[in-house]
Design a protein around this ligand. Sequence first.
Ligand code: KG4
Ligand code: ZN
Length: 370
Amino acid sequence: MSGTSHIKAAGLKVMGIETSCDETAVAIVDGKKNILAHIVLSQVDDHADYGGVVPEIAARQHISNLDHLIRRTLAEAGVSIDELDAIAATTGPGLVGGLMVGVMTGKAIAAAAGKPFVAVNHLEGHALTARLVEDIKFPYLLLLMSGGHCQLLAAHGVGNYERLGSTIDDAAGEAFDKTAKLLGLGYPGGPAVETAACNGDPARFSLPTPMVGRPDCDFSFSGLKTAVRRIAETCVAERGALYPNDRADICAAFQAAMAASIEDRLQNAISLFREKAGAGRLPLVVAGGVAANQYLRDRIKATAKDNNMAFHAPPLALCTDNGAMIAWAGLERFARDPSINDKSFAPRPRWPLDSAAKPKVGSGRKGPKA
Ligand code: KG4
Ligand code: ZN
């Protein structure tokens, strides 16, 4: 990045605040990659009755919980606000009510303590998490799969991402959540589907493998969800109800179909990425809540191995939303540009990681969706 001076990251300490969806999370990390404290308060129980995240409830819960969570995080880390070098918060993309809570709180603390405020793109938080736990050099191929996004990106550097492909309809996590909902497995769907699939036979039902064979790197998961609905309806029509073994078999088939689609898309992205980054053993990083799925991790790891790519995945607790990823992304940005101070940065409910890319869906008034 021209016009900015880099500083030694090692001595830095940054607090990160995450409130973009249904987790209130705060963490403090240092430049030596220590997570000094890391607390995630899930709102799952508050939203479970509604089968999904209710933005109003989420924002109110963030308001009630954030102050004491920050106090607890500072106490657990044994760090005072004065000892922090910067305060980072997720400024988008996400639910605007929640974003406002985290951003206003972060800015207020930064202003009161005379510290810089760093605006962090939630997706960049996911994108850089693997570098918090391992020494991974740019460029790397990034497969980002979360509740709201599914993208393949060439990560060239901090703040420098090139989108190779993205979903044209549902995100991967969204497909898990919708599948779980229509099978009556509750919310959040990803872990429930994964657990059910463990006892299932993936071969009993045949599901489509979306996009397989197409020359691009895009994803599509809405057809998969519709196919799951049809199978579930057929089971009910034939046997009077959906039994646990039906659910297990459908979930196993769903995961297998999703994995096959992802593998195919990934294969194309690897070829594209190699054209840009060269031959040799390049890193492949997975990130986002869906990367917590062990079955998908194993399948993607195998694809990486077949293609002489070094596979990296954050530990499960750092795949789903957390404050450490925001603190770390804030630290990486601040280390590159110590003059950074985003106190006038307003929350952006839609904020693509690669601002140059043309949106594939939802390119309306509010900007690209996925
Ligand atoms: O990254 P994340 O915590 O939040 C967003 O930024 O969206 O991702 C949440 C998504 C949800 O859709 C959730 O169902 C999914 O990640 N997820 C999983 C698993 N754990 C969370 N999907 C599949 N398998 C899992 N084990
Ligand atoms: Zn996320």
